[in-house]
Design a protein around this ligand. Structure first.
Ligand SMILES: Cc1ncc(COP(=O)(O)O)c(C=O)c1O
Length: 427
């Protein structure tokens, strides 16, 4: 049911009945039980920051700790050495890449640095990097650092924080001097989906390479990297892939580009035959040349198990439910929250948004704290946004109904006004 259909009854009974029907018809409903849910009365709307713990991950980590670390000790490395690529192959299936094009590696920030530097080196003579001002801060900082170190021109396009980056603005900024276009596929603030295929094509026509941040896309929407001919990508595994806090990120390099690119951090995990202990760096042939040092094995297993669960459910089914969940949430917001001063800060068209809905409210930080106290967990994003993430593998329509009802009650009664206006360190 699309959001905001004119003439649709929006009374509480109707909305509740719809939530019940949608939950009853949900083909992914069985996945909720595959996650640890310690308090069923807490509505968790922050899976786009940190996904819930899959039971398979908990069991796998126990086994890895007890047996692979506890008993196998150093012998475990014969298995662990392949872990990044194994998980990478599963993630590849979720983002439209081929086996051997993706591996777990470092953090998204470090991967952005490595991939952007590799791309710049592959485009000598071009001195401009394009990004947009609503790109995630770590992406912007890394590009600023690279630009400063390499005396490059970082061109930052203005973006509408509620609607995302405009392909026309990117096209207009492309030229012979542009080496790299670096953008987020799903915008972290609004959830707006960028035109990945169109922007990639335009960048290629101008002779530039593209690097996409897939942190909010992997495990929530299909990405189609291969079909679009994307050069480079990276993203988190701790959000929609449910890999757990600090789990390693993934990186993607199109296969034909792999032998042509050199990344700047030359560590022994990127070396051909690393246990030859040769004194001279010779990058490995495949995706491993983008690795650096010893990977986090526990986080790697958690990323693998999380990605497996998404792969089992299927990215198309996940994305379809994300659209339905966010559409229903927008309907609730229109009916109950807009009259209380909220405003939609995400695209209204289902095909244009990922798996979160953002609402403006002038007291969003106070509202966020009040909600958390009343067991609805969203997050706050500057300057005035409440971000409500849906996780199709475990979020129910009924939970969204409850969350919106609690939110309405809080704001209608003014309970949020008793909370500090000063932001805490982590939001
Ligand atoms: C779009 C985007 N990129 C990057 C990051 C963070 O990267 P890292 O894992 O290196 O901290 C986030 C974190 O929320 C993000 O939303």
């Amino acid at each position: 049911m699309p959001a905001g259909v004119p003439g649709q009854s929006r009374g509480p009974d109707d909305l509740l009945a719809r939530a019940r029907r949608l939950d009853a018809e949900d083909p992914l409903a069985g996945y909720r039980d595959r996650f640890v849910i310690s308090d069923p009365d807490t509505v968790y709307l922050d899976g786009n920051s940190l996904g819930r713990l899959p039971k398979a991950t908990r069991d796998r980590l126990r086994q890895v700790i007890d047996v692979e670390w506890g008993e196998d000790l150093i012998r475990g490395w014969s298995r662990w050495i392949e872990l990044g690529r194994r998980a990478g192959d599963v993630i590849a299936g979720l983002i439209g890449a081929e086996p051997g094009e993706v591996t777990l590696s470092d953090s998204t920030s470090v991967n952005l640095y490595k991939l952007a530097a590799a791309a710049l080196r592959a485009r000598p003579g071009r001195r401009t990097v394009l990004t947009d001002d609503d790109n995630f801060p770590t992406d912007q900082y890394l590009l600023q650092g690279l630009a400063e170190a390499g005396d490059l021109d970082l061109r930052v396009l203005p973006s509408d924080p509620d609607r995302g980056v405009s392909p026309d603005a990117v096209r207009a900024a492309l030229g012979e001097d542009v080496a790299l276009v670096c953008l987020s596929h799903v915008a972290y603030r609004s959830g707006a989906i960028a035109d990945l295929a169109g922007i990639t094509e335009a960048a290629h026509q101008a002779g530039a390479l593209v690097l996409w941040d897939l942190s909010h896309s992997a495990g929530s929407v299909p990405v189609g990297l291969g079909a679009a001919g994307v050069d480079l990508a990276t993203g988190c595994t701790y959000k929609h892939l449910n890999g757990g806090p600090g789990a390693p990120a993934f990186l993607y390099v199109r296969r034909d580009l792999q032998p042509r690119l050199r990344q700047p951090i030359w560590g022994w995990f990127g070396q051909t035959d690393q246990f030859d202990m040769a004194g001279r760096y010779r990058p490995a042939d495949g995706i491993e040349r983008f690795l650096v040092g010893t990977p986090p094995v526990l986080g790697g297993y958690a990323a693998l198990e999380g990605a497996r669960l998404s792969a089992e459910a299927g990215i198309e089914a996940i994305a379809a439910k994300a659209r339905a969940l966010t559409g229903y949430l927008i309907e609730l917001a229109d009916a109950w929250l807009v009259p209380l001063g909220f405003q939609l800060a995400s695209p209204r068209a289902a095909a244009e948004r990922g798996a979160h809905v953002t609402l403006h409210h002038p007291q969003a930080w106070q509202v966020c704290q009040a909600l958390i106290q009343e067991r609805v967990i969203p997050d706050f994003r500057t300057p005035d946004r409440l971000r409500l993430g849906v996780a199709p593998l475990y979020t129910t329509f009924g939970e969204l109904y409850v969350a919106a009802a609690r939110l309405r009650e809080i704001v209608a009664s003014g309970r949020h006004e008793g909370f500090p206006t000063q932001r805490s360190r982590v939001t």
